[in-house]
Design a protein around this ligand. Structure first.
Ligand SMILES: NC(=O)c1ccc[n+]([C@@H]2O[C@H](COP(=O)([O-])OP(=O)(O)OC[C@H]3O[C@@H](n4cnc5c(N)ncnc54)[C@H](O)[C@@H]3O)[C@@H](O)[C@H]2O)c1
Length: 288
């Protein structure tokens, strides 16, 4: 028996990075998946790749921070697959690193809209359907949402919103049979944590791997594995939790990465065929 057999899931930000891995992992485990993202994201490709592997997926494109689009996305899941069991609030942006004194208003507004309002709009649209199926929500938190990280302060604030918001849903929606949890990635191997493709400078990039106990970036699939557990019925007694997938970065003291055993330092291959780990984006888009 597959772990999500018969379930219907929406994954926001499903076209790239961690989202692609969640979509493919869930589909492999029997879920019917709505791969949702901006029109510029390769969501159609991910849905097609899932179908070609013999599993079930459909794409939805739109700015999911807008309530009308969020509702259309949920409507598509219900129209296509008859119900909704799981909402994964994975969509997010990371356009700038800067001291608070230099942080641009434009980047702040862009992050608040895409990181926080998307989680709100999608949760609001999905909850009536999740109440019917006794389903659940899993939202992307972050190490930055629980630690104070220099030059990541506004970003960390948006993630702290998502953590508190999702815990609130857990507390509020249990009366309707809905669970809600948070996954807190540490530095993951997507565009965001490489100086060539994201807003981190060389020093921040180096700190990512030095400051965690495993001494490397996590893979999108390693994060997807935890989403899978939390979204599945195996986690029936887990609600309101923030599960860290961070190589221990939130408990490490000092540059511990170099001390990790070699067996930990190599990224596991995993079993997903991922093609879009580096197709995410870190710049401000006019359309969004
Ligand atoms: N990569 C990391 O190191 C890391 C660390 C901690 C937390 N996270 C969290 O994990 C999540 C995924 O990160 P990633 O590195 O895979 O990013 P990514 O850029 O590879 O993928 C995120 C996707 O979300 C989409 N998106 C953003 N706002 C949207 C909106 N309003 N409507 C539709 N689509 C939208 C983007 O276009 C992008 O395709 C984010 O929420 C992020 O905060 C990532």
């Amino acid at each position: 028996m597959k772990r999500l057999e018969g379930k219907v899931a929406i994954v926001t930000g499903g076209g790239a990075g961690i989202g692609e891995a969640i979509c493919k992992k869930f589909a492999q485990e029997g879920a019917k998946v709505v791969v949702a993202g901006f029109p510029e994201d390769p969501v159609e490709d991910v849905a097609k790749e899932i179908q070609e592997a013999g599993n079930t997926a459909i794409a939805f494109t739109g700015d999911l921070s807008l309530e009308a689009n969020a509702k259309s996305c949920v409507d598509l899941a219900v129209k296509q697959y008859g119900k909704l069991d799981i909402l994964i609030n994975n969509a997010g942006v990371f356009p700038e690193t800067n001291l608070v004194t230099d942080y641009t208003e434009e980047a702040f507004d862009y992050m608040f809209k895409n990181n926080c309002k998307t989680t709100f709009a999608m949760s609001k649209a999905a909850l009536p359907e999740l109440q019917k199926t006794k389903g659940n929500i899993v939202t992307a938190g972050s190490e930055a949402g629980v630690l104070g990280i220099p030059q990541n302060t506004p970003y960390g604030g948006t993630k702290a919103f998502n953590i508190a918001f999702t815990k609130g849903i857990a507390a509020e929606q249990a009366q309707f049979g809905v669970r809600a949890n948070i996954v807190g990635p540490g530095p993951i191997d997507t565009t965001w944590t490489h100086k060539e493709t994201g807003p981190m400078d060389a020093e921040m990039e180096k700190m990512n791997t030095q400051a965690n106990l495993v001494g490397r970036r996590g893979t999108p699939e390693e994060v997807a594995n935890v989403y899978l557990f939390l979204a599945s019925d195996e986690a029936s007694f887990v609600t309101g939790s923030h599960y860290m997938v961070d190589g221990g970065i939130t408990i490490a003291k000092g540059p511990m990465g170099g001390k990790a055993d070699d067996s930990m330092k190599e990224q596991p291959e995993g079993n997903l065929d991922l093609k879009h780990a580096k197709d995410g984006h870190t710049t401000i888009r006019e359309s969004a």
